[in-house]
Design a protein around this ligand. Sequence first.
Ligand code: UFG
Length: 346
Amino acid sequence: MAKILVTGGAGYIGSHTCLELLEQGYDVVVVDDLSNASLESLRRVEQLSGKSLVFHEVSLLDRDALRAVFKKEGELDAVIHFAAKKSVKESVENPLLYYQNNITGSLVLCEVMQEFGLSRIVFSSSATVYGTNGEMPLREGAQTGAVNPYGQTKLMMEQILKDVGGVNAWDVVLLRYFNPVGAHASGQIGEDPEYPFNLLPFVSQVAAGLREEVSIFGDDYDTEDGTGVRDYIHVVDLAKAHVQAIANILTKEFEGKSGSKGETLTYNLGTGRGYSVKEMIEAFRRISGKEVKAVVQPRREGDVAVSIADPTYSNEHLGWKAELGLDEMVRSAWKWQTQHPKGYRS
Ligand code: UFG
């Protein structure tokens, strides 16, 4: 079976993807520097799947260490590249850290791939690459334009991969995630943020009594209830999209053509359905049975009113469709929260 290198495989989306890969029979090699992840996630992935993976504690900034991994592992068939810093706020405060980590790290990865003749990559991109020109829902062809260093790094990486892939005849797949939420149905793996900047992890901690109240960042947007609307997508659906992209790359079933060498394929990963902040909080109250105190605060800088995917192209061409709805997203997030109130530290 094909052997897949997963950078950042111990993280939130990475660990769920490793589990799906193992369940589909792939061999999995993870490189992760554990800067924002726990090895415990991979231990549980192995437990859940009943299979083993290979782990290397390596930073992509350490070229020699990465080369050593490629040497040791021998033939690798494809890479899924998650390893990156992902806090918008931190990226605004420390852009250099983001450009260094996300761009330089990715460049080193590409160089080592090139050196070892590995030519297939699935890249973890984000809906943050879309500009704010008003087109909604967002098609893959919509105008791009990032508004913070984190988003810039994703946009730049997309461009770098298009250029490098084009000239080297690589198979490149860019997956643009909308708002990933939820956890594996077992409640054994999930999102474990140091501080929850995103809505659902925050609400989850309020429901669990770990935090007093959640702020609703603005209720004066031009939306039905005035609060921001997002296309939330279950992390297990996201994981499945990566495995589908890998399967497509390996069988060359791209766009119904045989082979896509040098072509970059870009897909939205969203459901096409948006929920407001108030709707998400209400869903959490309903499913957890907890009160969840919420207080309206001013808008958060940099937020857009609405972000919703048009998933038509992914549904038709990637061969993937999000299947899990709001209740599964919230139920699984709550299960993970109640079973592991301190994340992987408990
Ligand atoms: N929100 C609150 N209170 C909170 C946190 C968030 O009201 O405590 C609101 C936001 O204003 C927004 C919605 O909830 O309307 C979702 O916010 P998140 O922080 O959960 O997610 P974002 O849409 O801001 O961010 C996500 C990803 C980023 C990515 C960004 C843009 O987490 O990585 O989408 O695509 F950059």
